[in-house]
Every structure is written in structure tokens, then in C-alpha cells.
Write a protein that binds this ligand. Sequence first.
Ligand SMILES: Cc1cc2nc3c(=O)[nH]c(=O)nc-3n(C[C@H](O)[C@H](O)[C@H](O)COP(=O)(O)OP(=O)(O)OC[C@H]3O[C@@H](n4cnc5c(N)ncnc54)[C@H](O)[C@@H]3O)c2cc1C
Length: 281
Amino acid sequence: MSLPEPLIPKSLGDALKAKAGKNVVAIAGGTDILVKLHDRFDDPQPKLLILDHLKAIHKIAITKKEVTIGPLVTFSEIEKSDILKAHASQLTEAASLAGSTQIRNRATIGGNLANGSPAGDLISPLYVLGASLELSSSKSKRIVPIEEFFIGPGKTVLKSNELITAIKIPKLNNHGFFLRLATRRALAISKVSVAASLIIENKKIESIKIALGAVAPTVIRATRTEELLLGKALSPQVIADAASIIKEEARPIDDIRSNALYRKEMVGVLLKRGLEGILNG
Ligand SMILES: Cc1cc2nc3c(=O)[nH]c(=O)nc-3n(C[C@H](O)[C@H](O)[C@H](O)COP(=O)(O)OP(=O)(O)OC[C@H]3O[C@@H](n4cnc5c(N)ncnc54)[C@H](O)[C@@H]3O)c2cc1C
């Protein structure tokens, strides 16, 4: 069964109009959707809406208050961005660890979000950075905090007539990390990942967000661990206590990539490693 002729809009406005049509599937880098379509035999087949030439949503911009990332920005561009290295090091780190060079050159941040996998590597960094997403249709625009975007594995609040048109991150002077474990260094999806963002003043943790990937139906915040760390100075004992509590916050499953027990243990190990990195400068 062959696919119908793809739609190739000239502008974002045309793309949004086209997305209002029936059975239209957006394609950015194609690294997730082409794999999925390969296994689909629906009749009629979806119409592909090709986005990757839309320059208006393929850039990184900074203002006094926030950084805006276009959904078509690729993992490679995130990894190399000086703006993001300065304001969202968790995100640049996550982008650098994903896939392979070929995948990173095609895969986009918008595709990572819309695909909705709890193992998507850019999602937990965006949680701890307090990102919000601009979702647009041809008729309206809404801003959704990232923690309200995902409703289950592969499920989001994105409507069939909408596209993600921007990802916004408030500018914070934060310390942070993103660490992940996968079967191999390259070309393997995360079994578990931990991202954190901390604001430390006079050695005390004034603000902290921790998010866990691949250990629940969606990326989750580790709020009990955050509460334990808030107001404390990092020390080997405080880090050990946090690493012990965070294991109880993960709700992993056994699947082809790993088992629940190992994932719980590794969440603690990764948090300890990340916090020790900050403690030791
Ligand atoms: C070999 C291999 C290795 C991989 N390794 C990793 C990895 O280590 N880490 C990781 O996180 N992922 C990995 N992935 C998954 C994939 O590369 C990422 O999820 C990637 O970010 C998807 O982006 P894309 O541009 O290719 O999306 P596409 O495949 O083009 O689209 C994915 C979904 O998003 C929708 N979409 C795309 N853009 C928009 C938009 N602007 N608005 C609304 N909907 C949109 C599409 O309709 C589709 O449903 C890997 C994939 C492969 C094939």
C-alpha cells in the first residue's frame, strides 16, 4: 500500500491550515514516525505533512526572561548551542547522549515531545527547567506547562489540528545535570534517566527540581526527594539520604530494555552521581 502525495506547506500558516485536515500526520525528522508508519496498514493511509523546511520554527532565540526553542531544532543543534549550554546545560547534555550522529542530525525536539515516550531524553531536562509548550492551530494558540502535556505513554494533550510551535524555558541561573543508563552508549533508548536543576545560595539549596525518565508511564518529578533536599547544604550524608528516598519514588515496570528492580536501584545511583558532581564542583 503506498502513501498519498505528501503535503509540503510553504509557511507555518499553511502547515497549520493543512493540519486541520483529516488523517494528516506531521513529520519533522522522521526518526520515530517513519518506523511507526512502516508497521501501519490503515486504509486510507495518512497524509504526511512535511515540516522540516519551515525556518520560522527552526531557531533558538533568547530574550531577557526566556529562551525559545523552535520544535524543528535538532538534537545536534541543541548540543552545540551556546545559548542552551549557558541556560539549559541539562538539555545539551541529554541531546549529546541520544541516538547516534545520524539520528541526532535528524531528530527534533518537537518530535521527541509529540512522540510522548517516557524514555524521550529531552523531556526530563525540560521538566526541571520549567518549560512550557506553545501549541498552535490555524485558529488559536495556547501555552501548556510541560508537566500537563503528557497523559500516558505515547499520549499527550496535543489535538489533531495542532502543532507544537515553540518550547519556552525561563532563564534561571541553575546548576544541573542529566544522566542516563542505556544498554549501549550509542543507539539505545534510555532504561532510566535523571535530570535535576538546583539553585544554590550561601551553600544551601534554595530551589530544586528532579525529574525521572523511563521509570513511570510519563516522566515524573521526584517531589519527596526534592523536599528532603530543599534548604539543605549538599554533603555526603544528605546525598546518601536523597539517593535512598528517590528509589521509592520511581514506579518502573519490567520490559524488554530492563527490569523494575534494576531501574529503581539505578535511579539512586544516578542521583548520587549527579549531586556528587555538583558538590565536588
Ligand atoms: C535508532 C534510533 C535511536 C534513537 N535513540 C534515541 C535516544 O537515544 N533518545 C531519544 O530520546 N530518542 C531516541 N530515538 C527516538 C527519536 O529519534 C526521537 O524521539 C526524536 O526526537 C523524534 O524526533 P523526529 O523529528 O524524528 O520526530 P518524527 O519522527 O518526525 O515525529 C515524531 C512524532 O512527533 C510528531 N511531530 C513532530 N513534530 C511535531 C510538531 N512540531 N508538532 C506536533 N507534532 C509533531 C509526529 O507527527 C510524530 O507523531 C531514537 C530513534 C531511532 C530510530
